[in-house]
Design a protein around this ligand. Structure first.
Ligand SMILES: [Fe+2]
Ligand SMILES: [Fe+2]
Length: 205
């Protein structure tokens, strides 16, 4: 265990028990996916341990920290400050936990909204956070995401992001521009690889 991992494990003792248990389940799920996809397990563990460092903070605190960090908020961030608990944790991980690896920091930053150009490690953290057993037990639709994640991280990401878009429309949540960019990128890659010409059938323009 390196210093950052040790410090992050110790920090878990200070967050609400339910959150700490979620983080441990994400560490387990992400470690399993790291094995399947041949990704560095220590990096995956550190990212999983740090991903929800700021999850317990309320909206007011998140907005305050965003202002302190001069974080460039989007409309969606201001409407739902919880969307910032990933990106705002990056400075804390760097300064207090000495986590300097850009791949790990990106995984933490992008784990809620997703982001274009995500690496395999970042996709593993994003997906593990969504398919950990407690969440799967409450939403059967996540089984499909989990199934795909074993063979094709991009396909799992796309199915999950489609679900996110549908839910946002249904519930009235804003869609973060990073989510739209991530989904468009995955769709473009899927179309390029399958020779899909769906666009030719569009009738709205
Ligand atoms: Fe989170
Ligand atoms: Fe999480």
């Amino acid at each position: 265990m390196n210093d950052a991992e040790e410090l992050l494990r110790a920090a878990l003792l200070k967050v609400p028990a339910g959150l700490a248990e979620h983080v441990v389940r994400v560490v387990d799920e992400a470690s399993r996916l790291a094995d399947v996809h041949g990704i560095d397990k220590q990096a995956v563990r550190i990212a999983a341990l740090g991903h929800d460092l700021m999850r317990a903070l309320n909206n007011e605190r998140l907005l305050g920290i965003a202002a302190d960090q001069s974080y460039a908020t989007e409309d969606a961030d201001r409407m739902d400050p919880i969307l910032m608990h990933g990106p705002l944790a990056v400075a804390v991980l760097r300064e207090q936990y000495k986590v300097l690896d850009a791949d790990i920091l990106g995984a933490v930053a992008y784990h809620t909204t997703a982001h274009a150009g995500m690496t395999p490690l970042q996709k593993i953290i994003f997906i593990a956070d969504k398919i950990e057993p407690w969440k799967r037990a409450r939403n059967d639709a996540l089984d499909r995401v989990a199934e795909l994640a074993d063979t094709d991280l991009d396909a799992a990401m796309l199915v999950y992001l489609n679900m996110m878009v549908e839910q946002a429309v249904e519930v009235g949540w804003p869609l973060h521009p990073n989510t739209i960019a991530a989904r468009n990128e995955l769709l473009a890659r899927k179309r390029a690889s399958s020779g899909d010409r769906t666009n030719a059938e569009r009738v709205d323009r």
